[in-house]
Design a protein around this ligand. Structure first.
Ligand code: FAD
Ligand code: SF4
Ligand code: SF4
Length: 399
């Protein structure tokens, strides 16, 4: 393991906004380089040194079991369940389990602050990371900001505040960098609540996506790529617009995702203590992966506020994944009406539950593997974690 044993970071200088980052075009704007922790960027940046396998072992006290299919895909875990809040938080991305865990931890004094991301006053999709110290501030961070977000830009503030117990909410690339500098934050206890993350975009890329895909881009308040193979856009008036994946203008949108996210293999946030998403659960339920004892402690705090059920798995993803690899590579766009029809058919016979999660991971990992192979061939061997290599090896890839 690369050891981080100096305390010199406080002399390092944060980079100025807009300046080129050490990971260059692969930078996911995680925020680390906006602080003096840039001192550790070579060991910490997910795009300079990929360390998931090693950090999984130090974080969860054991490596991922690559022989067990669910661990190969979803990472080290003790438990997976489907859950939803009995009383959903209005305006949350799903039912608000993430915000609820954070609020409980603060209210019960387990932590003094929560790193989460609100939006700016002017723009509902412009991320504004904060250290929340009240339940109201946590609630104001509910719902996804579906853009790259510099969550770690508040790290200096943590050390200066003298806080000893902290919860960080974040996505995979942010959490890898966080784990790499964890011991330097001066904390007694760090809790990490992760969400899965894939296909993220810059703020400008998001605008292009909304304008190309939604019939009313200016009123979209949130959106989600759903298990029914449609994008669901929620609008200001409460209406939901559904656009099938197969109808997306893939030729126009082909370059929309950030290069970091086209090179990312940490879809399931391997280094968080607990992960809350939706992709392994039945439609309208959330999906919870408890990775270690800390994650279990966090789930216990809210269990009495949840309906829960076991995770299930149905269908066979493999043929659909293989066909998708070719369709994506050729940038095929189907006419809208055919797309709607296919959406309905796949909805009836397609993979469900954990099988849907694996379908999504197979599709993204093969696409991203091809991206790294073609754009950064020199990085392929070290950048792709072993679990992802095994997943990709199940499919025939174009050259
Ligand atoms: P809420 O209670 O609404 O809380 C949301 C939390 O997310 C807030 O605390 C906020 O601080 C944090 N947050 C918002 N935006 C960001 C951001 N850009 N970076 C870091 N943290 C942020 N789940 C899947 O199962 N499959 C997916 O493909 C998937 N893709 C995602 C892509 C992105 C960009 C993000 C941010 C999340 C994604 N998720 C995905 C997670 C899922 O959409 C929900 O965020 C999760 O289920 C929590 O829902 P909730 O109602 O409990 O969250
Ligand atoms: Fe720095 Fe984070 Fe960008 Fe890497 S991804 S260069 S650590 S800001
Ligand atoms: Fe970070 Fe990966 Fe999400 Fe992109 S897809 S923001 S690289 S976790």
């Amino acid at each position: 393991m690369t050891s981080i044993d100096t305390n010199k970071h406080k002399k390092a200088k944060a980079l100025k906004p807009g300046s080129v980052r050490p990971a260059k075009e692969l930078c996911s704007e995680c925020g680390l380089c906006d602080t003096y922790y840039i001192h550790y960027v070579k060991e910490a940046c997910a795009f300079i040194t990929q360390r998931i396998d090693e950090l999984e072992t130090t974080t969860h006290n054991r490596p991922r079991n690559l022989e067990n299919e669910n661990e190969l895909y979803f990472g080290v875990h003790q438990e997976m369940i489907a859950a939803r809040k009995q009383q959903p938080i209005e305006g949350a991305q799903w039912t608000g389990i993430v915000s609820t865990i954070a609020i409980e931890m603060l209210n019960r004094g387990l932590v003094e602050g929560v790193v989460c991301v609100q939006n700016t006053k002017e723009d509902r999709f412009q991320p504004m990371p904060i250290i929340a110290r009240t339940p109201e501030e946590i609630l104001a961070a509910k719902v996804n900001k579906p853009t790259l977000s510099p969550n770690l830009s508040v790290l200096e503030e943590i050390e200066k505040s003298g806080m000893k117990r902290l919860l960080v909410i974040g996505v995979g690339c942010q959490i890898q960098a966080l784990r790499a500098v964890e011991k330097k934050l001066g904390l007694e206890k760090l809790y990490v609540l992760g969400t899965p993350c894939v296909d993220n975009v810059t703020r400008a890329g998001l605008q292009k996506f909304l304008e190309t895909t939604s019939s009313s881009p200016e009123t979209v308040v949130s959106y989600e790529f759903m298990q029914d193979f449609r994008v669901h856009f929620k609008h200001e008036d409460g209406s939901v617009e559904k656009v099938p994946f197969f109808g997306l203008k893939t030729n126009v949108l082909k370059d929309i995702f950030a290069p970091s996210c086209m090179s990312c293999f940490d879809y399931v946030n391997s280094l968080a203590d607990i992960v809350v998403g939706y992709m392994g659960a039945p439609f309208n339920w959330q999906w919870i992966v408890v990775r270690n004892d800390t994650g279990k402690e966090m789930l216990e705090l809210v269990k009495d506020q949840l309906y829960t059920q076991p995770v299930t798995s149905k269908g066979d993803r493999k043929a659909a994944v293989q066909q998708g690899i070719k369709a994506y590579d050729d940038a095929v766009t189907l006419p809208m009406w055919v797309a709607k029809l296919m959406g309905v058919v796949i909805d009836k016979i397609g993979p469900q539950g954990l099988e849907y999660g694996k379908f999504s991971m197979d599709s993204h990992f093969t696409r991203n593997y091809l991206y790294v192979m073609r754009n950064h061939p020199e990085k392929l061997e070290d950048h792709v974690p072993e679990f992802a290599k095994r997943i990709v090896a199940q499919y025939k890839l174009p050259d």
